[in-house]
Design a protein. Structure first.
Length: 216
């Protein structure tokens, strides 16, 4: 009887080992999903290999998060339309097919005079400069992305984002360039805001590119 019981325990142990060997692991699934997401993001970014992105620290996130090469992005913290004019001095050498411009978040915080009027005149000059330096490129004015309620409380001047976006639409029509609303992506993915409620997490950027790709 004791031998039979020991045989029974050994059989259970062997069956348990076999089950563990055959069971799928979560690690494999996770690695597969990660690889798929990386490949998909790479495919989207490849569509913009001959594009140039002009903007402030939000646009700079394409480089910080390794979504686009540094050569494709002319952006930095605190950049306004006034400063961007001088930053694009090498644009002609890049000879881009598309130029995407997202500015305004810092412009509306300009401490002197009429920041909106300055933004309008500066954006007009910037677009005209892009047309001169990259005559074959399609130009896109991107909307200023919305901020969270906490960010709005911290900086009430962000309440003017909608007004500035309306101005951008008018400028796009006046200057015969394209307008793209990126705010819709932010509104669809509120979980992708960075802690400050102004910038975005890495996962936001491929979605941004997908939205831009619709305008090609």
């Amino acid at each position: 009887m004791k031998k039979l019981f020991m045989c029974f325990l050994v059989s259970i142990f062997i069956l348990g080992i076999a089950a563990c060997d055959n069971a799928p692991t979560n690690t494999s699934t996770t690695n597969t999903n990660t690889t798929t997401n990386t490949d998909t993001n790479g495919d989207v970014a490849a569509q913009f290999k001959n594009s140039v992105f002009i903007g402030d620290s939000i646009t700079e996130g394409f480089v910080v998060n390794e979504i686009l090469p540094k050569e494709n992005v002319i952006a930095g913290a605190g950049t306004t339309a006034v400063f961007a004019y001088d930053d694009i001095k090498d644009l002609a050498q890049k000879n881009p097919d598309h130029v995407f411009i997202m500015l305004g978040s810092d412009d509306m915080l300009w401490p002197k005079g009429d920041p909106k009027a300055l933004f309008e005149s500066s954006m007009t000059k910037l677009v005209q400069k892009v047309k001169e330096d990259a005559p074959n490129a399609k130009i896109y004015l991107e909307s200023i992305t919305p901020v969270t309620q906490d960010a709005l409380k911290a900086e009430p001047r962000y309440k003017n984002i909608d007004d500035y976006n309306m101005l951008l639409q008018q400028l796009a029509e006046k200057l015969s360039v394209h307008y793209v609303d990126i705010g819709i992506v932010a509104k669809q993915h509120p979980d992708l805001y960075a802690e400050d409620g102004i910038h975005f997490k890495k996962e936001f950027y491929p979605l941004w590119l997908k939205e831009l790709a619709k305008s090609f």
